[in-house]
Design a protein around this ligand. Structure first.
Ligand code: UDX
Length: 484
């Protein structure tokens, strides 16, 4: 099919590349000329694993093109996907749909052939029915243009797999013709067995915000339980594992920690509450407001814990921050809980030195006062507290023995609840997390002295061979082994 994708951000660029990869002719359109230049050269303008590998061959083959012209889009497409952003409206909880409105208003008068306009952006329920009338009114004489809504559920970091192998497709359509066009666009996924739910546009719009509100509720729920675990001396990680085996609950979105962020969950919770209130369903506002409030409290609590670990005041301290992206696998720092905590710690007088494998540039642009180190060791040099704020895989492999030699005080707060903290404790760190019982580490030794670039054996003596008494995490045979 001849497809256009209007808006080439985290959603649109991925959608365009994926549609081209399954055989469609695709034109991506965006008003940001710099972004278009990058994409047209087959380069991803942001970090998304696998995106560049899809873009390059598709652009080279000519099946995927990019431009800034709505006239070109209108002449080319039989299916137009609207993928522009719908951020939170300033001064309100509602979503700002002005970019969606503008895209429709610019595109439809330029449509030179019969076409289907397909909204993918997340919008308040009722937007599609309002815009259907706009589309009908703006379509040039002799051209049949119709509107459908087809929400997108991709997650940043796994966006390519989520698009090519979705868990479901939802088509909000008003005619058999629109339904047939969407089935044709997604034919390979449907043939592979992906459930395809054909419904009306309002239901489709609500599926998306409900899914995000449900995920947000799940995350806030486990965070509330983490607080209960804290006071009950129970372990939320084990609890979540046990809950997750229940097929009615499932294991996803039960990671207690710093809460949700990013460009979607929080603003969709608020937009759903705002829309429900407009429609007279005010009870939803109270409930979703609690989900949002629980989430906001995580960030404040993390700052409080950092301050108490630093000895009651952050002023004049040095704080190492591991991770500033809103989650691992992305360079996106929109509404990042990690970045919010780093910025708050800095405002309270700490010198923050951060590391993030992908998001440093985006974070620096928003918070120039934060300093970034090229690696974990550099970020932690001389630190009074280490804050683990985004759970990149590489942080879980950090050697706490080696890191202890570079910090001023071995104190770590794992705000994402994934570090092997028993191991850190065994290496002599004071370790904290949300709602986790951390068993005392074995053989908490004195701070090892650096000797010739290597760490001396705790208690002196020469390195010993590993033995059955070594726990699974032991660096066997290494002179840092402390389990003898
Ligand atoms: C989300 C939805 O998952 C996706 O379907 C929709 O299309 C867009 O919004 P995304 O924002 O990429 O996707 O991230 P997601 O993986 O859902 O995580 C959202 C936030 O929740 C992140 O900040 C993440 O760190 C946090 N989270 C997630 C937790 O705190 N705990 C968890 O167990 C899972």
């Amino acid at each position: 099919m001849r497809i256009t994708v209007i808006g080439t951000g985290y959603l649109g660029a991925v959608h365009a590349a994926c549609m081209a990869s399954i055989g469609h002719e695709v034109l991506g359109v965006d008003s940001d000329a710099d972004k278009i230049t990058e994409l047209a050269a087959g380069r991803a303008p942001f970090y998304e694993p696998g995106l560049a590998d899809l873009l390059r061959p598709a652009v080279r083959s000519g099946r995927l093109r990019f431009g800034t012209s709505f006239a070109e889009a209108g002449a080319f497409g039989e299916l137009h996907f609207i993928c522009v952003g719908t951020p939170q409206l300033a001064g309100s909880y509602a979503a700002d749909v002005s970019a969606v409105d503008a895209a429709v208003e610019r595109l439809v008068p330029r449509c030179a052939r019969d076409c289907l306009i397909v909204g993918k952006s997340t919008v308040p329920v009722g937007t599609a029915s309002r815009l259907a009338a706009v589309v009908a009114g703006l379509a040039p004489a002799g051209v049949t243009a119709e509107l459908a809504w087809n929400p997108e559920f991709l997650r940043e970091g796994t966006a390519i797999a989520d698009t090519l192998h979705p868990e479901r497709l939802v088509a909000g359509v008003s005619s058999a013709r629109a339904d047939a066009a969407l089935r044709q666009a997604y034919a390979p996924m449907i043939e592979a067995g992906t459930p395809y739910i054909s419904t009306d546009p309002s239901t489709a719009e609500l599926v998306k915000v409900s899914a995000n509100a449900f995920l947000a509720t799940k995350v806030s729920f486990i965070n509330v339980i983490a607080d209960v675990c804290d006071v009950a001396d129970a372990d939320v990680a084990t609890l979540a594992q046990a809950l997750g085996y229940d097929s009615r609950i499932g294991p996803q979105a039960l990671g207690a920690g710093l809460g949700f962020g990013g460009g979607c969950l929080a603003k969709d919770v608020r937009a759903l509450a705002a829309r429900a209130e407009e429609l007279g369903a005010s009870d939803a506002v109270a409930f979703l407001g609690t989900v949002d409030a629980v989430n906001a409290a995580r960030r404040r609590r993390a700052v409080d814990i950092a301050r108490s670990m630093a000895g009651g005041s952050l002023r004049g301290t040095r704080v190492a921050v591991l991770g500033v992206a809103f989650k691992p696998g992305t360079d996106d720092v929109r509404d990042s809980p990690a970045l919010a905590v780093a910025a708050a710690v800095s405002l309270q007088g700490a010198e923050v030195r951060a590391h993030d494998p992908r998001a440093a540039a985006n974070a620096r642009a928003l918070h120039p006062q934060l300093r970034f180190a090229p690696d974990v060791t550099g970020a932690c040099e001389g630190a009074d507290v280490v804050l683990h704020l985004t759970e990149w895989d590489e942080y879980q492999d950090v050697d706490p023995w080696a890191l202890r030699a570079v910090v001023r005080e071995p104190r770590v707060f794992d705000a994402r609840n994934v570090l092997p903290l028993e191991r850190w404790r065994a290496a002599g760190w004071t370790a904290r997390a949300f709602g986790r019982r951390i068993r005392p580490g074995r053989a908490e030794g004195p701070r090892p002295a650096a000797a010739g670039g290597r760490l001396a054996p705790v208690g002196g003596g020469s390195p010993r061979p590993p033995g059955p008494q070594c726990p699974s995490w032991c660096l066997r045979g290494d002179e840092r082994c402390e389990c003898w």
